[in-house]
Design a binder for this molecule. Structure first.
Ligand SMILES: O=C(O)c1cc(=O)[nH]c(=O)n1[C@@H]1O[C@H](COP(=O)(O)O)[C@@H](O)[C@H]1O
Length: 276
C-alpha cells in the first residue's frame, strides 16, 4: 500500500491527525531505564504501544539515534512498527538534501535500511536532489516548506517575484514535482497564517505540521488553517510534550500512562476543531 493510501486509511480508522514524534533523549528517560544498553529501544517501544491507537503516524527523528550510535535500535523500532502496527505510517525525519548520486544513497537508507513509509527532505538543492526519493513510487516525500522555527523566516520569508519563497516551494511541489501524487509538505503549526496560504496553493496535499506542544503552536488555529474539506490533510506532530509528559503523582502514573494521557488529550483537542 502506498504511503498516501495508508495515511488516508489511518486518518479514518483512528479518527486522528496526531503524529507521535519519537525524539528519544536519554537524559529525560525515567530512572529505571537510565544506563541500560537498549534503553532507547525499550523506551520507544513502550511509547509506541501506549499511543498507537491515538496516532496517524510515528515520526522518528534520526539525529537522536545517530548521535548515540543507536541506529541499530532505530532499525529495530521501525521493524517493530512494521510488524505490530503495519497500518500506521513511519515518517523518518532526516531532512536530507544533496546531489542526486548521494541522494540515491539517502533514499536507500530511509526506504531500504529503515523501511520507512516517508522521509523528510530539504528542497534547497532543487529538483535533481529530490528526484531519487520520488523514484520510490509507493513512498512519501515530505518537503520542507515553512518550518516551525523562528529562523525559518530568514530565507523562507524572502520576497521573490512578489511572494515569499515558501510559497514558491509549495507551488513548485504541487505543480511540478508531485507527478506521482506522493509528495507532502512540512509547515509549522507556529505559523497558522502561512499554513492557510499553503493549503490554498496545494489543494488536498498532506501536510506534516510540527510545532504544537513544546513549541507552543495553537491547536485551534492550526486545525482551522490546515485541514482539508473532509477534516483531514495533516499529520500534526508532537514529540517532547508526549514523550516526557509529567506523571501525575496522585494517581501513580508511569511514563507510558502519562504519554497516553497527553496523546489522547492532544488527539481530542485536534478533533474538536475538525470539520465533520
Ligand atoms: O520536519 C520536522 O519534523 C520538523 C520541521 C519543523 O519545521 N519543525 C520541527 O520541529 N520539526 C521536527 O518536529 C519535532 C518537534 O518536536 P517537539 O517540539 O518536541 O514537538 C522535532 O523532531 C523536530 O525536528
Amino acid at each position: 500500500m502506498t504511503f498516501i493510501n495508508k495515511l488516508n486509511a489511518v486518518w479514518k480508522a483512528h479518527s486522528s491527525l496526531l503524529c507521535v514524534g519519537l525524539d528519544p533523549d536519554i537524559a529525560k528517560f525515567p530512572a529505571h531505564l537510565q544506563g541500560k544498553p537498549d534503553a532507547i529501544l525499550t523506551f520507544c517501544k513502550a511509547i509506541i504501544d501506549a499511543t498507537a491507537d491515538t496516532a496517524c503516524a510515528f515520526k522518528p527523528q534520526i539525529a537522536y539515534f545517530a548521535a548515540l550510535r543507536a541506529e541499530d535500535q532505530l532499525e529495530e523500532i521501525c521493524a517493530y512498527l512494521r510488524q505490530k502496527y503495519p497500518h500506521i505510517p513511519i515518517v523518518l525525519d532526516a531532512k536530507r538534501g544533496d546531489i542526486g548520486a548521494t541522494a540515491e544513497q539517502y533514499a536507500r537508507e530511509a526506504f531500504e535500511r529503515y523501511n520507512a513509509d516517508a522521509v523528510t527532505v530539504n528542497p534547497y538543492m532543487g529538483f535533481d536532489s529530490v528526484a531519487p526519493y520520488l523514484e520510490w513510487k509507493d513512498r512519501g516525500v515530505i518537503i520542507l516548506c515553512r518550518t516551525s522555527n523562528p529562523g525559518g523566516s530568514d530565507l523562507q520569508f524572502l520576497q521573490v517575484d512578489g511572494k515569499p519563497l515558501y510559497q514558491h516551494v509549495a507551488q513548485l511541489v504541487a505543480e511540478k514535482w508531485n507527478t506521482n501524487g506522493q509528495c507532502a509538505l512540512v509547515v509549522g503549526a507556529t505559523f497558522p497564517d502561512e499554513l492557510a496560504q499553503v493549503r490554498k496553493i496545494v489543494g488536498d496535499m498532506p501536510l506534516l505540521v510540527p510545532g504544537i506542544g513544546a513549541q507552543g503552536g495553537d491547536i485551534q488555529a492550526t486545525v482551522k488553517a490546515g485541514q482539508t474539506a473532509n477534516g483531514t490533510g495533516m499529520m500534526i506532530n508532537s514529540s517532547r510534550a508526549i514523550l516526557y509528559a509529567k506523571t501525575d503523582e496522585k494517581t501513580g502514573e508511569d511514563f507510558t500512562q502519562a504519554a497516553r494521557r497527553v496523546a489522547l488529550e492532544t488527539r481530542d483537542a485536534i478533533n474538536r476543531f475538525r470539520a465533520a
